[in-house]
Design a binder for this molecule. Sequence first.
Ligand code: SAJ
Length: 430
Amino acid sequence: MSVIANSVSHTPFGTISVIGLGYIGLPTAAAFASRQKKVIGVDINQRAVEIINRGGVHIVEPELENLVKKAVEEGFLKAVTAPEPADAFLIAVPTPFKDGHQPDMIYVQKAVTSLAAVLKKGDLIILESTSPVGATEQMAAWLADLRPDLRFPQHDAAAPDVNIAYCPERVLPGKVMVELIKNDRVIGGMTAQCSQRASELYNIFLEGECVVTNSRTAEMCKLTENSFRDVNIAFANELSLLCDAQGINVWELIRLANRHPRVNILQPGPGVGGHCIAVDPWFIVSQHPDLARLIQTAREVNDGKPFWVVDKVKAAVADCLTATGKRAAEVKIACFGLAFKPDIDDLRESPAVHVAQLIADWHAGETWAVEPNVDHLPAALENKATLQSIENALAQADVLVMLVDHSAFKDIAGEKITQRWVVDTKGVWR
Ligand code: SAJ
């Protein structure tokens, strides 16, 4: 491992192309454009391309809209639906998993196929999408098949026509524009020269360091970071089950244990969501199911948590029926929070939505969702639940289910919660 200083400078990159204008690609394109680089953003989503070319954004991320607007107005950023020639190509397309938790590299393959047509000698290609180990070598093999006229690093490490590197994104949704600039960057070139070139590219806007390794280590590094977090959250979630069985307050327990100088336990919740932490560990497991036992178990613990929460809700409702004499159809259950984590509006892959859906499918009465960050329900809850205000839920619901520790929920004063049946997965109203 070595660190490349920010001062390195060789042939400048005239035009930079970012393929995939989602949560990572668009902020990255905007970051280059903000440094007065000519940036071509590519996305197959025509609507997104039109919005960006009008200076708008199709995703919510603090500071992003202003940057995109300025970049488009000043002529540094344009969006298109098919690649055009450039000096560097960054691929930031989704890598979901398919059946059996196998990584699905189809979007990377499509991006590579489309850019191959405009590739020329001297270009740099960087894969940023979270990928299984070996994906960069696979990408280089696809390119060699598509462009037999060019020499790639696997053929000529000393002087390839095209440099290739894997450089994972590591930014936290909600803080992307800060972390993109400040975080250190792991640079996994197929050769030392590829790493050098990739570092030069990121140093256009990076304030963190470029830390150089090979492509396989860089691929594994990204998977490791998110698996580490998943395993640690699973530990907290497992503790919450154990504490419940023992009549112990898990949040107090964690607070106490964390007073130890070498213990730092994360927080339990209704499960793990988002598009990264609940997905990426499977990329390790799928390649080595026999070895990745802890990582797989952590996934199972976290994926099992929503079902445990629903069992708690069922028990609360049963108790409520006995105590009040109401029929199930008369009981209102209010789910507080639908986002995949606090203070964001992103409901995709959210354990809170999963819990609300399971409750709505089971419950004979009304299921209410309280989510101040959205103005309509996701498809999974359409015709099953209704969106309600905090006030209505507190005034009228029989059972409260706390799923996301949004600031607006943490601010609710204890005396306003008069319900006897509260299932609090975040320890906010304890
Ligand atoms: N969560 C808990 N307990 C905790 C922390 C988180 O239950 O103590 C839950 C959250 O509620 C959420 C899920 O975990 O449902 C994931 O949230 P997160 O904030 O841990 O992570 P993401 O998915 O927003 O972003 C992660 C980050 N990875 C790491 O922190 C190692 C980010 O740096 C990555 O760039 C991002 O994944 C990604 O794109 O891979």
